[in-house]
Structure formats: structure tokens, C-alpha cells
Design a protein. Structure first.
Length: 382
């Protein structure tokens, strides 16, 4: 009897332990499932969401043709879509030229000018004229600055102004001055929101962001207005008696390179372009790093990228500069993809020889080793 009682007690204890173990196991499993559930329900950040969407952008108007006819048809279609996305970039037809000052230098004359027209903001420019006495038929260049507090001052070679000399030294930034010394009439416009066109003390550390937000609230695209001002600078050059109106080029570094690309794509009066430090796709810029609003075209990635805008320059001559130490030019296939799209359209036109690259040893700076001879060839016939 005692043995049977002991067996019943042992069986009861064993059953309880099994039940308890099963219960604890279920609780542990539920705990793991709960933890997994919490991981699954973690909030996806807006950055992650945007990166995914950007990587899957439609780019539905990429060029895939091989013939001149296909290239021309694509050019008509994409240029029309770009105008639709950007909005009006038409420059004023009439304006007032206000002379602020002038100075005769050793090899050129430098004028400070403000262009004024109804309905648009004032446009400060430098006009640089060679001092060799030739008064007519000169080739001309629009020299465009990039980001920075000095705006157009560095490009025009204003090393006499505080801080500008260091900017020039850092990026070989006075390419407007370099062009005038090669015999070109040069206009250097000041774009928004830089230099003379921004109250930097009121805009804080990022005037690009402040300007972008305020202009977009008014339905205005900053990039479009800078394109308008570059086209206005072209009109200004054509109004000058010193200039051959059919021999105008455009050159710029960094944001100036981006705007050179934009303006040349949208302005057929520009015959040759030098685009420095701007071989970036918008997909790359918006997914891998900060890119200011001044470079944004709403809904562009639905239809194409900066490579398609650059392709609108074809078949005109253009050189793309890139330093091998330029941290803003991203490899990993992004630059190759850009180049392949450019080459496809030039090949279709049968004018691949008009597409040039200048791969130089250096950082984010102007080079000119290919650009200057190319401009001389196209605009001077040398």
C-alpha cells in the first residue's frame, strides 16, 4: 500500500512538472513572438522610406535609341517635359543696366553692373572685357559660381575682397578672370541665394534651405529662377557691341556646374559648355547625402535624372570635369551610369567626338585643361 501511494505521489508530481514546463514553454514562445512582433512593428523612418522609393524611381523617359531621328524625337519630348516641370525660365526682353562701378586692370576692364527689369529680382553681374583694344566680334562666356558666401566675386577674380583670395586658391575659382585673359568677354552673374543676393546674417547657416522653403511656398522654383538669370546674362552679352552673339559658351564649378548643365540644356544660344564637379545623378544625391533644395526639380525622377538633362546638350560640344580626389563625385557605378547615358545620345547623333571628359588629379576644383582649348576651338575656330 505504501508503495502504491508513493507511485501515485510520484506520478502526480511528474504530471505537474510536465504541465508547468509546457506552460513555461508556451509563455517563452509567446514572449519570443511578442518580441518579434515588436520588431516587426517598429517604425520605418522617413529616410528609409524615401531611399526605397528613390531607388525604384520610374525614370520613364530614358533614351534608348540609336539613330539621329530617335535622338531628335527624344530631345523634343524630354525638353518639353523639363520645361513643364521647371516652369518658366524666360529672361526679360527689356531691362535697365545700372553701372555700379568700373576699374581698369592691367589686362582687362572690370565693371560692376546691376540688371533691373519689371517683375523679377535685380541681377548683379560682373562684366569683364579684355584690354587689348579689339572692340567687336569677340567670343563670350557666362562664368557661373557655385555654393558659397562670396557668390560671383571669386569667379571674377576679386582677390582684393576679404576672404575671397582663399576661396580662389582653394578651388582655382577665378575662371571668369582666366577666360577674360584668354580674350573672351565674360559675364559673371550672382545667383540666389549667394553673395550680394542674400542677407546671410538673417538666413542662418543654410540660406539654401530657407530660400527653397520660402520660394516653394510661393510656387516658385529656385533652380528655374537661376536658369532665367543665366539666360538673362546671355541676352546681356548679346546686347554688347564687343560680343559676337553667335559665339557664347558657359562654364561653372559645383553648383555652377549644375547650373551650366541646366542653362545649356535649356538655352540653345549657348554653343559649348564646361561642367566641373557636377557629374552626379539626383538618385545618388538624394539617397546617399544631403543635397540642397536649389538643385531640386519637382517630380524629375518620374521621367529622368540629371543625366537626361545633360543629354539635352547633345550634340553640342561639352566637357565634364572631375577630380580624382573630389569627394562629391561618387563612384560605385553612379558616375559610370551618368557617362553611359551621355554617350548613348552623342553616339545616336553620330557626334561622340563632341563629348569630352577631363579626369584630373585633384579635388573639388576648376581645372580647365580640356575646357580652355575646347572653347578656343568652338568659339574662336582655333
Amino acid at each position: 500500500m505504501k508503495m502504491m501511494a508513493f507511485k501515485r505521489l510520484f506520478f502526480s508530481l511528474w504530471l505537474q512538472s510536465m504541465l508547468l514546463g509546457s506552460l513555461l514553454g508556451q509563455q517563452g514562445q509567446q514572449g519570443q513572438q511578442g518580441q518579434q512582433g515588436r520588431e516587426d512593428l517598429s517604425t520605418q523612418t522617413i529616410n528609409e522610406s524615401l531611399r526605397q522609393e528613390i531607388s525604384k524611381a520610374k525614370l520613364q523617359m530614358l533614351f534608348h535609341g540609336e539613330t539621329v531621328t530617335e535622338a531628335e524625337q527624344w530631345h523634343t519630348g524630354f525638353s518639353g517635359k523639363l520645361r513643364e516641370l521647371v516652369g518658366s525660365t524666360s529672361p526679360p526682353k527689356r531691362w535697365e543696366t545700372v553701372m555700379v562701378g568700373g576699374k581698369r586692370m592691367e589686362d582687362h576692364t572690370r565693371y560692376e553692373i546691376i540688371l533691373k527689369a519689371n517683375g523679377v529680382p535685380d541681377l548683379p553681374v560682373y562684366l569683364l572685357i579684355p584690354g587689348d583694344g579689339v572692340s567687336r566680334g569677340r567670343p563670350a562666356v557666362v562664368a557661373i559660381h557655385g555654393h558659397g558666401e562670396f557668390g560671383h566675386h571669386a569667379v571674377a577674380g576679386r582677390a582684393d575682397l576679404p576672404g575671397v583670395a582663399a576661396d580662389i586658391e582653394r578651388a582655382n575659382y577665378d575662371y571668369g578672370l582666366q577666360f577674360v585673359r584668354r580674350g573672351y568677354v565674360v559675364v559673371c552673374p550672382c545667383l540666389i541665394p549667394f553673395g550680394d543676393r542674400v542677407e546671410k546674417d538673417r538666413y542662418g547657416s543654410d540660406p539654401c534651405a530657407v530660400t527653397f522653403v520660402r520660394m516653394m511656398a510661393l510656387g516658385r522654383v529656385p533652380l528655374a529662377e537661376n536658369v532665367r538669370d543665366i539666360r538673362w546674362a546671355v541676352s546681356f552679352l548679346q546686347s554688347r557691341s564687343e560680343v559676337d552673339p553667335d559665339k557664347i559658351g558657359c562654364a561653372g564649378l559645383s553648383y555652377g556646374g549644375r547650373m551650366t548643365m541646366m542653362a545649356t540644356a535649356m538655352e540653345p544660344r549657348i554653343k559649348v559648355a564646361a561642367i566641373s564637379g557636377a557629374l552626379n545623378l539626383l538618385q545618388e544625391r538624394t539617397s546617399l547625402r544631403y543635397s540642397c533644395g536649389l538643385q531640386i526639380i519637382p517630380s524629375l525622377l518620374e521621367y529622368g535624372d540629371y543625366s537626361e538633362i545633360g543629354s539635352l546638350i547633345a550634340p553640342r560640344p561639352a566637357v565634364w570635369e572631375m577630380g580624382n580626389k573630389d569627394a562629391l563625385i561618387v563612384g560605385d557605378g553612379w558616375d559610370t551610369k551618368f557617362k553611359q547615358r551621355l554617350e548613348r545620345i552623342y553616339n545616336a547623333y553620330g557626334q561622340r567626338e563632341n563629348l569630352h571628359y577631363d579626369h584630373f588629379d585633384g579635388g573639388h576644383r576648376w581645372n580647365g585643361d580640356v575646357a580652355f582649348p575646347l572653347f578656343d576651338q568652338v568659339l574662336k575656330g582655333e
